[in-house]
Design a protein around this ligand. Structure first.
Ligand code: AMP
Ligand code: MG
Length: 346
């Protein structure tokens, strides 16, 4: 398949490009769209064949459900049974990086929801994503536009290296603003929420809207064998670079000493803070933002993991993030990329 690459900087001035992307989706094809979180591999969310094509292009197990993207929060009515909590969340966070899991209606094929009787719904804020969804007139089912298991793509270059020849079109909308996938919450029968995946909407922000928010243990913990998590994506190996990734915690000075020693002994790659550049050998460093700038670290993480892979190091080191605010999302992605390998430096 030939993949068309289209750059859309300003959707309101590129109506023809938006219309072409929308028509591919309506006709059962696949279009990669930029969003504020990561790039999404989009197809018609009401078409079971489109869902099958998405799983195939991604190499994704078909029991791992897709998120459907809508252009206004009210459109959820057509695909899910909503409630008051959904509308409270919508008012506070939509459009934006929040996905809400609700009981599904029959209009969504079970292929899209991986056989679940719930559906994950998100209303993205990215103007190009919104324009394509509106023009398509159908919800867009879209998982992250990477080959299953690789880091999610935050630029059109990442997408092309994974999916060129496997999709009809890639829409290049530049670098993703947030860089980590959406926060996912499940609305419980009692109106409370369970946080299934941390992201741009933080736990504290959710607490401002709903006073009953529990955190799914899979966010921090390791699953037991045969355990099926509430959010199926959590059970798969994810984001993993080819070389082992080790997360370091402990005293900052001691960590620097340890890293200097490691640099002298082996081919290591270090995802470092900007302040550490002068403290370590420059070769093999990938700066991901200042120590206190979690937003920049989140934006750069997936790109850094992809870059780390290109150098084929023996080992990759990074700092274990704090778990507060956006840090919880960063922690969740990094701990999974590291297969839970944490080394305390004393
Ligand atoms: P991705 O689009 O790659 O970020 O993956 C979407 C993730 O959303 C999946 O891996 C699931 O973990 C989660 N998800 C989608 N639909 C549901 C659902 N019905 N219930 C729980 N989690 C869901
Ligand atoms: Mg994904």
């Amino acid at each position: 398949m030939r993949t068309e690459l289209v750059k859309i900087n300003n959707p309101s001035e590129q109506a023809d490009d938006i219309a072409r992307a929308a028509s591919i989706i309506k006709n059962g094809g696949l279009v990669v769209i930029p969003t504020e979180t990561v790039y999404g591999l989009g197809g018609d969310g009401t078409n079971r064949d489109s869902a099958r094509k998405i799983y195939e292009a991604k190499g994704r197990p078909s029991d791992n459900p897709l998120i459907i993207h809508i252009s206004t929060p009210e459109q959820a009515e057509k695909f899910a049974y909503t409630n008051q909590t959904y509308y409270k969340l919508a008012e506070a966070f939509m459009p934006g990086p929040l996905t809400v899991v609700l009981p599904k209606r029959d209009s969504v094929p079970s292929e899209v929801t991986g056989g679940f009787d719930t559906v994950a719904i998100r209303c993205p804020s990215h103007p190009t994503a919104r324009a394509i969804i509106s023009a398509a007139g159908v919800p867009i089912a879209a998982p992250s536009a990477n080959i299953s298991g690789k880091p999610s793509p935050t630029s059109a270059e990442h997408v092309a290296s994974d999916l060129d020849g496997k999709v009809d079109m890639i829409v290049d909308g530049g670098e993703c603003e947030i860089g980590l996938e959406s926060t996912i919450v499940m609305v419980n029968g009692d109106g409370g929420l369970t946080l299934l995946r941390p992201g741009g909407i933080t736990y504290d922000a959710l607490l401002c809207v709903c006073d009953n928010v529990s955190i799914s243990p899979t966010i921090e913990g390791v699953l037991k064998e045969n355990e099926r998590p509430l959010s199926p994506g959590m059970k798969y190996k994810h984001y993993a670079p080819s070389a082992p990734l080790v997360l370091l915690c402990g005293d900052e000075e001691k960590i620097l000493e340890f890293l200097r020693h490691e640099q002298s002994e082996k081919k290591c790659l270090i995802l470092c803070y900007d302040e550490e550049i002068g403290e370590l050998l420059r070769d093999g460093l990938i700066p991901i933002g200042r120590h206190d700038d979690v937003q920049t670290q989140a934006k750069k993480l997936f790109s850094a993991l992809r870059e780390a892979d290109r150098h084929s190091p023996d080992i990759i080191y990074a700092h274990l993030p704090q778990k507060d605010g956006l840090g919880l999302a960063l922690y969740n992605r990094m701990i999974r990329a590291a297969a839970h390998t944490v080394k305390e430096i004393k």
